[in-house]
Write a protein that binds this ligand. Structure first.
Ligand SMILES: *[C@@H]1O[C@H](CO)[C@@H](O)[C@H](O)[C@H]1NC(C)=O
Ligand SMILES: *[C@@H]1O[C@H](CO)[C@@H](O)[C@H](O)[C@H]1NC(C)=O
Ligand SMILES: *[C@@H]1O[C@H](CO)[C@@H](O)[C@H](O)[C@H]1NC(C)=O
Ligand SMILES: *[C@@H]1O[C@H](CO)[C@@H](O)[C@H](O)[C@H]1NC(C)=O
Ligand SMILES: *[C@@H]1O[C@H](CO)[C@@H](O)[C@H](O)[C@H]1NC(C)=O
Ligand SMILES: *[C@@H]1O[C@H](CO)[C@@H](O)[C@H](O)[C@H]1NC(C)=O
Ligand SMILES: [Zn+2]
Ligand SMILES: [Zn+2]
Length: 581
């Protein structure tokens, strides 16, 4: 999907550089997600070092003057249009939404001329050390001996946890609307041709969900309850990111929170912050950004909306930085991370990549206390750790290693597809220590059935591992539901993990074994591919697609070629994973 930071950073840079160096138009560029890629993509290695420094000095000075911000924004819009990065109206509205945050982040960032020119021109022109590594510090306490998990005794209590993620409610969803459009999100305008329009309950296209589908889901899951807990990992608003206002986002937060409270309010509910909650999308300034550009407007409303679900201690950190911890059982604790502080798309992190908001150091402290009290911890969050920026991801991996005996489960969303990410011991990268489960989205975006998950977890009794024992995924079959739009749709079971994959248990070692089995047994892998898309696939997956996907399953930390060196053969082109989020 549109990576707006990836779009705006090059646009701002390009526009500030004007016509100093040639831009080759090779059709719509694939939008880069990280500044490093930008240089290579637009070929500005031809920029000379002195010119680069002069340009960026001028840019830095000029951006500090309000009127020049307008000029830069105008240029950005023109470049966006002329490079055909998006439709003209999308360009115009995107720049309007992004300009204030982008330019402030830019001015505050450490991207002074010498750093940025080091990046763009080469090491001889300056040093690029932003995003270089940083290390979390651990308390001087030894790691307890590793005890491999064992299945609970027959008859032990089992908890059912309802997992909802990526609802993406589109208030302008139009049943019968156009399936094809130039904008990033469709099904919102009357059709211009005679082709079948958007379905009543949702559509296999670039579309999000109408509210009545979300209500149907909640009616259904409520009837299937009770659950010991509901984990809800964010992305409430739709993908109309070029036209969202703060008022729109807060309205979505209130509307959907109200519905969840109405249908599931008798059960404990624990939310996490997604990357679409803010506007501009992915814009999550760390707490040292004060004033109107800060996330105060968002986190304070969340604390207000969610106050019935969380204790004051949790609301306090939620208000400051969008993360919290809460004790959820006699020996069980939940940590809800704000994964926007790990995201390469969060352009505010240009200012300082080092442990944004001090979140990981805080996590270490929470886990250390839990270890001492003999508590187990479930971690929930939106963006899975394997797609975080490298320094964050590697520190998180180290934390999971250190506290493997305490972290009983990790649960994420964001990718919209059904998958998981393995964590191995740091020393050998062979012993599975943890698995991050990634549940598929409620939304159809893109070409998917709506869906949700229920985890079966070792229940509440002395000595419980509180680990995942199995999970079930349910879908709404759009073909069937839209054929009879006036009937309440069914949300049948799509599959049950252990049964479908023939697993003895669902501990980390079993998921690692499953990846090995996928390599040998292509039929089982094709089942995974089908379920990965919630039963609606539009292409086959062989060879590079398969190895790339298996590599992703092994990759609990980003940019680590060691994890896949036996899978990805040198010289073979890497398959680009499709992005749904
Ligand atoms: C950059 O310079 C090289 C030679 O120095 C030239 O071959 C190449 O075409 C230039 N690239 C662009 C994008 O101007
Ligand atoms: C972080 O730790 C790694 C591994 O222990 C070490 O190689 C690296 O130099 C450290 N980096 C910093 C900035 O301390
Ligand atoms: C759409 O349907 C109308 C009426 O059935 C027909 O007259 C028209 O030619 C059709 N247009 C297209 C583009 O097929
Ligand atoms: C704060 O920013 C928002 C969004 O840019 C804007 O709508 C609002 O008017 C601003 N408020 C103040 C007090 O500047
Ligand atoms: C970046 O943030 C870290 C952690 O909060 C802090 O220690 C460091 O001084 C900051 N760096 C700069 C250049 O502000
Ligand atoms: C959805 O329903 C259609 C029509 O009955 C059927 O062909 C398809 O296999 C179903 N998909 C799933 C995932 O059950
Ligand atoms: Zn999403
Ligand atoms: Zn997301």
């Amino acid at each position: 999907m549109y990576d707006m930071r990836g779009l705006l950073v090059p646009v701002l840079i390009l526009s500030s550089l004007g016509s100093t160096f040639p831009i080759t138009d090779k059709g719509p560029p694939t939008l880069p997600s990280h500044v490093q890629h930008v240089g290579a993509q637009y070929g500005w290695h031809n920029l000379s070092c002195p010119i680069c420094k002069i340009l960026f000095s001028v840019l830095d000075i000029s951006l500090e003057v309000e009127s020049n911000q307008e000029a830069v924004a105008e240029l950005a819009e023109r470049v966006c249009r002329e490079l055909r990065l998006a439709e003209p109206s999308v360009c115009q509205q995107t720049v309007q939404i992004f300009k204030k945050d982008m330019i402030t982040a830019w001015v505050m960032s450490m991207l002074r001329p010498s750093e940025i020119c080091g990046l763009l021109v080469g090491a001889e022109c300056g040093t690029w050390d932003i995003g270089s590594d940083w290390n979390i510090t651990f308390p001087p306490k030894p790691k307890p001996p590793v005890v491999p998990p064992v299945p609970p005794a027959p008859g032990s209590p089992v908890s059912r946890v309802l997992f909802l993620t990526d609802l993406h409610w589109d208030r302008d969803y139009l049943p019968g609307g156009s399936l094809n459009c130039q904008e990033p999100l469709c099904c919102r305008n009357p059709p211009t041709d005679n082709r079948t329009g958007a379905g009543y309950w949702g559509t296999y296209s670039k579309c999000d969900l109408p509210l009545h589908t979300i209500q149907s889901l909640l009616r259904h899951v409520s009837a299937q309850g009770p659950y010991q807990a509901v984990y809800w990992t964010g992305d409430i608003p739709a993908h109309n990111v070029w036209q969202q206002t703060r008022a729109n986002q807060l309205d979505a937060l209130k509307t959907v929170t109200g519905l969840i409270q109405k249908y599931l309010g008798t059960m404990p509910i624990y939310p996490a912050v997604g990357n679409h909650e803010s506007t501009p999308v992915n814009s999550f300034p760390p707490p040292y950004v004060q004033g109107n550009l800060s996330s105060h407007w968002l986190y304070h409303s969340m604390a207000q909306e969610w106050h019935q679900w969380l204790p004051e201690s949790a609301l306090k950190t939620l208000r400051t930085a969008g993360f919290y911890t809460v004790q959820t059982g006699p020996r069980l604790r939940l940590v809800s991370l704000n994964m926007n502080f790990c995201a390469v798309e969060n352009f505010w992190l240009l200012i300082n990549y080092t442990d944004p908001a001090g979140q990981l150091q805080w996590l270490v402290q929470v886990l250390q206390e839990a270890e001492e009290k003999g508590e187990k911890v479930h971690i929930i969050g939106h963006i899975p750790p394997g797609s975080c920026m490298k320094s964050w991801s590697w520190n998180y991996y180290r934390i999971v290693n250190r506290y493997e005996g305490t972290i009983a489960g990790q649960f994420f969303g964001h990718t919209h597809v059904d998958e998981f990410e393995m964590f191995y011991d740091e020393e050998t990268l062979t012993r599975p220590v943890s698995v991050a489960f990634i549940s598929p989205s409620v939304t159809t975006f893109i070409n998917l059935n709506p869906g949700y998950r229920v985890y079966q977890i070792d229940g509440e009794y002395p000595g419980s591992s509180h680990m995942v024992l199995d999970h079930e995924t349910y879908i709404l079959n759009l073909t069937e539901a839209n054929a009879q739009p006036t009937l309440e749709p069914r949300w049948p079971l799509l599959y049950s993990a252990r049964k479908t994959y023939g697993m003895k248990s669902a501990f980390p070692a079993d998921w690692d074994l499953l990846i090995h089995t996928f390599l040998q047994d292509d039929k089982l892998f094709q089942t995974f591919w089908y379920l990965h898309h919630k039963g609606h696939v539009d292409e086959v997956c062989r060879e590079n697609c398969k190895t790339t996907l298996l590599c992703a399953l092994r990759t609990g930390r980003s940019s680590d070629p060691e994890l896949c060196k036996d899978l990805l053969l040198p010289g073979k082109p890497v398959w680009q994973r499709k992005k749904f989020c």
